[in-house]
Design a protein around this ligand. Structure first.
Ligand code: UD1
Ligand code: CA
Length: 454
């Protein structure tokens, strides 16, 4: 039994009122259509065919960049409805598979596990169509599942053409289907246009019934899986539901969340056991957090890794590497290439970019460190600045182990400061400083008594 799949994403997405195709709007940090692809991919034998149209190049580019050969594409040049859209994949798929799984690119909450069960039910019941529905109160716009008195599915009726009686039905079509592939390719050609001139995939249900074919429906327990995205209100609802789903998984895996509604953890993030996340924390991209950390409140980490037992509050880090037992914040900013080794302490208002701070180094107050390599056990006094940019080029600064940088020191790069050196308060250091040497003044010069500094 071979399973192929089609994912529809060619619609105009007009209701988003956006220049960005609907498929590419981010949901929990990832384009909507990626969620749909991730659910389908593990369940199928052939690369899913993504049907695109409006803004198609952009969608295809983004998907190809992320998924490469694992996904293929079909073009629906004119948007003549969901049934018409599936036909765009016919040349690629007809004769290649027994079962065709069809899902919609704008239904990102469907789980892969649900699709697995759908395929299983389809297989076990030998149906021609197996569809999915949820029972509950969904926002407007969903097709209603019409059943006969004996409970059997009769048809899916679109909201626009439903009778007042049918509009009262609370079972909604959520557009994940399994079809007997050959039957479907034949039957798509028989679909009649809707009053709007569109060909609806939903009409296949009535067609199958009229031919005496078996139609099964799988009713999903978790109504959140039925949330789809037609407009930005739906997008916000999905974001909330997806956030709750991800947060719940981490809580069950041993991570504490204080006020989870305010905490966002994107899909590719990993978090170790006994870490506590405080309100308004955003863990984004490929961020990884070790065990026993305390992150937040009001902290954003993007593509950043953190070791174990680190405490980060009221801070922002992007593409940074933070070791274990680090304490950071409030109000620190780590930018690309910042590396804080174990036991580093960053107090308030520190910015670090493209620099390494060695173990046990302390930078307590108001400093900027850029393009620098700083050893271990260094004390960086309040207000220290690496003057790394001369208006044209960035220059490096090197600071040896156990060095003491006095308050308000300006380190004019390129510059090397030796081990156990000291700079006096307010020094403007323009020349390299040897090991065990104290420099003071503007510009800074060596002073004999190296113990006299502050
Ligand atoms: C559709 C279903 C409805 C279901 C709802 C939510 C139909 C006719 N209606 O309505 O029963 O309750 O989804 O699952 O199927 N698309 C194309 N080409 C087209 C038209 C649409 O690729 O010509 C794509 C869209 O990009 C989108 C999906 O198909 O991903 C659904 O289209 P949309 O217009 O949003 O359908 P709904 O009104 O939501
Ligand atoms: Ca839709």
């Amino acid at each position: 039994m071979t399973i192929a799949s089609v994912i529809l994403a060619a619609g105009l997405g007009k209701r988003m009122h956006s220049s960005l195709p609907k498929a590419l709007h981010p949901l929990l940090g990832k384009p909507i259509v990626f969620h749909a692809l991730d659910a389908v991919l593990p369940q199928v034998d052939l690369p899913p065919v993504l049907v695109t149209g409006y803004g198609g190049e952009r969608v295809r580019e983004e998907v190809a960049r992320a998924y490469g050969e694992r996904v293929s594409f079909a073009l629906q040049a004119e948007q003549l409805g969901t049934g018409h859209a599936v036909r765009s994949a016919e040349d690629q798929l007809r004769g290649k598979a027994d079962i065709l799984l069809v899902t919609f690119g704008d239904m990102p909450m469907l789980r892969s596990e649900t699709l697995r069960r759908l395929i299983q039910i389809h297989h076990e019941t030998g149906s021609t169509i197996t569809m999915t529905s949820v029972i509950g109160d969904l926002p407007r716009g969903f097709g209603r599942v019409v059943r006969s008195a004996d409970g059997k599915v009769r048809a899916i009726v679109e909201e626009a053409v439903a009778t007042p009686e049918q509009l009262k039905i609370r079972e909604y079509n959520i557009s994940a289907y399994c079809f007997d592939a050959e039957w479907m390719w034949q039957s798509l050609a028989e679909l009649k246009p809707s009053p709007k001139g569109e060909f609806y995939i939903t009409d296949l249900v009535e067609l199958a019934i009229s031919q005496g074919k078996g139609v099964e429906s799988m009713v999903l327990e978790d109504a959140a899986e039925g949330l789809g995205i037609n407009n930005r209100v739906d997008l916000a609802d999905c974001e909330r539901a997806m956030r709750a789903r991800v947060n719940r998984q981490w809580m069950l895996a041993g991570v504490s969340f204080l006020d989870p509604d305010t905490i966002t953890v994107e899909m590719d993030v990993t978090i170790g056991q006994d870490t506590v996340l405080y309100p308004n924390t955003y863990l984004r991209g490929k961020t990884s957090i070790g065990e026993n950390c305390a992150i937040g409140p009001d902290t954003t980490l993007l593509h950043t890794s953190v070791g174990d037992y680190s405490v980060i509050q009221y801070s922002v880090a992007e593409k940074a590497t933070i070791g274990s037992h680090v304490s950071m914040g409030p109000f620190c900013h780590l930018r690309g290439g910042a590396i804080l080794q174990d036991y580093v302490h960053l107090g308030n208002f520190g910015e670090v970019k493209d620099s390494t701070l060695g173990e046990h180094t302390k930078m307590g107050h108001f400093s900027y460190i850029g393009n620098a390599t700083i050893g271990r056990d260094v004390n960086i006094g309040a207000g220290t600045i690496t003057c790394n940019y001369d208006g044209k080029t960035k220059h490096p600064t090197e600071i040896g182990d156990e060095t003491f940088i006095g308050s308000d020191t300006m380190l004019v790069a390129p510059l090397k400061i030796g081990k156990r050196a000291k700079t006096g308060a307010g020094a403007v250091v323009t020349h390299d400083v040897p090991d065990d040497t104290l420099v003071v003044g503007v510009p800074a010069r060596p002073k004999e008594r190296k113990d006299h500094c502050d």
